[in-house]
Design a protein. Structure first.
Lengths: 464, 497
């Protein structure tokens, strides 16, 4: 945050450090303007009020992972205040999407502030080792109002937030890499009670689903404790994912007096010019993208949501759909065949062997009647495996659709001649026989005949 | 000129010889080395000296640079790569700085050779250098007395010709007061004029590095090299640096000097008062106009300073915890005991006193009453000076209410020591610039001559004018030519203190 050291996940311990992030005597912090811009950008994306003047403060407490034994943070003038995170159906856990209590809920925020991260401690057998690589990297803290009512809502809040952070290119927000971390404050109260119960903080969750598990466990634990007549006190607990339990870390008595005061090594930040720079970087947000997909491409609300859920997928769709005659078909191909092929190959959309233009070409071949839907499946598999274009595969394999009426007339005549019983049935009023006969014609053409044309010609021949 | 005459030169004179190649940087260093060997055992100005490294730099020195080949002593709170930086504290006894402070880098770029680190009050907390965990520095004019502080080592070294010039730091008067007590020039730049990067922080919104020299023009020479923007210090101003020597020699016609009525306080030594009155009269004779001004919030300055500076210090000194460097207590059983014993053993009493005070004023329940109020008073003090500088070019006062006092006399009463900062401290609250220069002597009962310092304060970034006024005074008086009565290789009499 306040020095020029690189941030790299998995680098050798203490390899990216300098006098500033090690807190050496005499070293000073220098403002990271990009971190300021990204925080303001996040604030704008979440509809926050951006403080015209913001400042940094020192938060004092002793711990070995804090090189200076104070952290540069923001106390009373954070960069952003208010705002909200809009939840949407797909942000909820899959098994909870059918029973969402408050659809389209917006979780209000208190503030967003910027601070420097602390180092990472490793507790070894007889001592503790500290890696200062992470010390001093920028950390944005987003604080919500206490208006999240279930573990599933917490899951949806984090998923929706993560999505927006990715949309703004603020962070990859990967909890497993520590790019997104979450401390949850949770309290339970009897249904009739107005005021909130004792605030219990949970730390150490390594994934969004771990947050859900920890909260589910805590709701149960706290509810049972209250049912037993116990009184809950404010405390901090840790989550043990292996055991599926929380454990007590510290009680309120050991709470710190952080002795905040304005950081004298940094000058206050005026956000006016930052705001101008950042406005130009404001992306289309997930909600707007979903609405636009429905409007512009005629896809279903659900399909739009799935496409917009993953920014890379949405970008792929747009690239393919832009020139397509039927964008809806493009969406279907992406959401069905492409996604399952990617899942089967264990590949991400960014690493897809079929380009949006190539997919577009395939869909156009179907729409223009050059190949049948069935043939298209075959062509798609080949495209995914070889990376070749649809046109190339079609001509290589000779799987072009037979559209010549004269040839189809001949094929139909042959089938009618060879199948007197179904023909009689049809003429006797059993229209289902037509499908059988149509199948026979297609078979005779080795699957090449245009099914629509076959049906048309057969019907005409049978009726005369 | 013989080698033994070299240390008595000032920087400008030395530069003349070096520039004309009449003397080599190596010869200068060697002459200084023998002077230090003769004199320092009597005054204890130095904590560490690295002559081998300095001789290597001397061999490479480019004498065409503005400070080419000039050895400079550095207060032991300023980082010089590879040299100890102990802040005269046990807690940093074995610490060596791995990098150069920006001021040191700039001095080196101008050709100067930082060769040794000078004694100080531990972490710059004190006004007598008696709070050094190593040894007190003695006043070259009377070795039974203090040299002032906290930059007492730098002041004494320059006064005793054991340095051509030195760097100090000034948080509440720590350059100007020892300069006054030791009879040299001490210059405190405006806050933000000189980078703080690499200065071990005492009170971040007050600290400034500055020169201690034999003459005003030497201070200007060093300021030319030191001043200017530094991207590594966000509080360092991005303002053009004038040539501080350019105005030297201009007369004082049209200059208005202010006398603050609030500085006419009881407790100022009559000899100091008389010397400053004479200096004011001298300024008038040089053509300056004397104007009475008011700094109404002066009486709150000391209290305000000791709240804000200790608050900042309590956080700044938190990093000395024995985890990454410095003293570490042995055989501790847990983290809490590790912190407690390391800091208990590592810090001296004055540092502990200020950490406790600073922690207290920031504590919840007291913050509003102390820290927040002191911030408001600081703003009022700032406004006092802003109004005064609408009327005058500089303010004139004593630097210290008293000349050098005997070792041990005041260290028993911290409050008395704090109050002696009355003339210097407000400049740090307001972030303005100031200088102390010799303006007379007070004779003691046993016949010693103790220097008296005259302080000139100027508006923020008005360094060039303050240097001009000080230079005019200095060049029309003889005070700066007087030398302390030190005799080489005299054993210091053992006495009980
Ligand atoms: Zn760093």
């Amino acid at each position: 945050m306040f020095c020029g050291c690189r941030v790299e996940f998995g680098a050798a311990p203490n390899s990216h450090t300098c006098p500033t992030c090690l807190g050496l005597p005499g070293a000073l912090p220098v403002m990271n303007h990009e971190a300021l811009r990204l925080t303001v950008l996040t604030g704008l994306m979440l509809g926050c009020d951006i403080a015209p003047l913001s400042k940094f403060d020192r938060k004092s407490y002793f711990y070995p992972d804090m090189p200076k034994n104070y952290q540069i943070s923001q106390y009373d003038l954070p960069l952003c205040a208010n705002g909200s995170v809009p939840l949407h159906d797909l942000a909820y856990p899959k098994d909870a999407q059918k029973k969402i209590a408050t659809p389209e809920k917006e979780v209000p925020l208190v503030r967003i502030h910027l601070e420097e991260d602390v180092a990472k401690s490793f507790h070894l057998e007889n001592n503790t080792a500290i890696d200062f690589n992470r010390a001093g990297t920028p950390l944005m803290e987003i604080v919500s109002q206490p208006e999240i009512n279930s573990p599933e809502e917490a899951f949806a809040f984090l998923t929706a937030l993560k999505q927006i952070l990715i949309y703004g290119a603020v962070s990859d927000a990967d909890m497993e890499k520590g790019q997104l971390r979450c401390d949850c404050n949770i309290s339970v109260r009897p249904a009739a009670q107005q005021e909130l119960g004792a605030k219990i903080e949970i730390k150490n969750m390594n994934s969004i689903s771990a947050v859900r598990r920890a909260l589910t466990y805590e709701v149960e634990r706290q509810t049972e404790a209250l049912a037993r007549g116990e009184k809950l006190e404010q405390e901090t607990r840790g989550w043990d994912d292996g055991a599926g339990k929380t454990f007590l870390m510290r009680t309120k008595e050991s709470a710190h007096d952080y002795r905040y005061f304005a950081e004298p090594d940094l000058v206050p930040v005026k956000t006016e010019s930052l705001l101008e720079e950042v406005r130009a970087r404001l992306p289309e947000l997930p909600r707007a993208k979903r609405a636009r997909f429905v409007e512009q491409y005629g896809v279903s609300v659900y399909d739009a949501a799935v496409l917009a859920h993953d920014l890379a997928l949405a970008a792929f769709f747009e690239a393919a759909a832009k020139g397509a005659r039927k964008p809806k078909s493009v969406a279907n191909w992406i959401l069905n065949d492409l996604q399952s092929a990617l899942a089967g190959a264990g590949r991400a959309i960014g690493d897809c062997p079929i380009s949006p233009a190539a997919l577009d070409e395939l869909v156009n071949l179907i729409e223009s009647g050059k190949i049948s839907g069935k043939q298209a499946k075959e062509v798609f598999s080949e495209m995914f495996a070889s990376g070749k274009s649809a046109a190339a595969i079609v001509s290589e394999k000779g799987i072009e659709q037979l559209n010549d009426p004269t040839e189809i007339e001949t094929l139909c005549e042959q089938v009618i001649a060879a199948n007197p019983k179904p023909v009689a049935d049809f003429r006797g009023g059993n229209s289902a026989s037509l499908n059988f006969l149509k199948g026979q014609v297609l078979k005779l053409s080795k699957g090449k005949a245009n099914p629509a044309l076959v049906g048309e010609i057969l019907e005409r021949q049978l009726k005369t | 000129m013989t080698a033994s005459d070299l240390p008595a030169l000032n920087i400008a004179e030395l530069r003349d010889l070096l520039g004309r190649r009449e003397v080599s940087p190596r010869a200068v260093l060697e002459a200084l080395q023998s002077r230090i060997a003769e004199i320092d055992p009597q005054i204890d100005a130095y904590l560490s000296i690295d002559f081998d490294a300095a001789l290597e730099e001397a061999a490479r020195a480019d004498v065409t640079l503005p400070l080419g080949g000039v050895p400079i002593a550095i207060k032991d709170i300023i980082s010089v790569a590879g040299q100890p930086c102990t802040c005269a504290s046990k807690i940093l006894r074995n610490y060596r700085a791995p990098y150069d402070a920006t001021v040191v880098r700039k001095l080196k770029a101008a050709g100067a050779i930082p060769f040794g680190k000078t004694n100080m009050d531990e972490f710059a907390m004190g006004s007598s250098t008696e709070n050094s965990s190593v040894k007190p520095t003695r006043n070259p004019w009377d070795i039974s007395r203090v040299s002032g502080g906290s930059s007492g080592g730098s002041a004494a070294a320059v006064a005793a010709d054991a340095a051509f010039g030195a760097l100090g730091t000034d948080t509440g008067g720590s350059i100007r007061q020892p300069a006054s007590l030791s009879g040299v020039v001490g210059f405190k730049p405006s806050y933000g004029r000189v980078s703080r990067f690499g200065l071990v922080a005492f009170a971040s919104s007050f600290d400034q590095a500055g020169p201690l020299t034999k003459t005003v023009s030497d201070a200007a020479l060093l300021m030319n090299a030191m001043a200017g923007h530094d991207p590594l210090d966000s509080t360092c101003l991005n303002e053009a640096v004038p040539d501080y020597t350019a105005n030297l020699g201009r007369d004082l016609r049209g200059i208005r000097l202010g006398l603050a009525q609030e500085y006419m306080i009881a407790g100022v030594d009559p000899k100091v008062r008389a010397a400053v009155d004479a200096a004011v009269a001298h300024f008038e004779s040089l053509g300056a106009e004397i104007v009475a001004v008011s700094l109404p919030h002066t009486e709150y300055a000391v209290a305000t300073y000791y709240i804000l500076a200790t608050a900042e210090a309590s956080a700044n000194l938190a990093r000395f915890d024995g985890v990454r460097y410095g003293h570490r207590a042995e055989n501790t059983r847990n983290l809490f005991e590790h912190y407690g014993r390391t800091r208990e053993e590592g810090f001296g009493p004055e540092v502990k006193r200020r950490i406790i005070l600073g922690t207290y004023v920031l504590s919840s329940g007291y913050y509003e009453a102390y820290y927040a109020r002191a911030q408001k008073v600081r703003e009022l003090v700032r406004q006092d000076f802003a109004r005064a500088f609408e009327q005058v070019d500089a303010l004139v006062s004593p630097t210290s209410p008293v000349p050098a006092f005997p070792l041990g006399e005041r260290s028993v009463d911290p409050l008395q020591m704090y109050l002696a900062d009355i003339f210097t401290i407000a400049a740090n609250l307001a972030g303005i610039c100031g200088i102390s220069l010799p303006c007379g002597f007070a004779q003691t009962e046993d016949g010693a001559q103790l220097p008296i310092g005259l302080q000139l304060l100027g508006a923020a970034l008005d360094e060039a004018r303050i240097l001009q006024i000080a230079h005019a005074y200095e060049q029309s008086t003889d005070w700066h030519k007087k030398r302390p009565p030190l005799v080489a290789n005299v054993q210091r009499p053992t006495r009980k203190e």
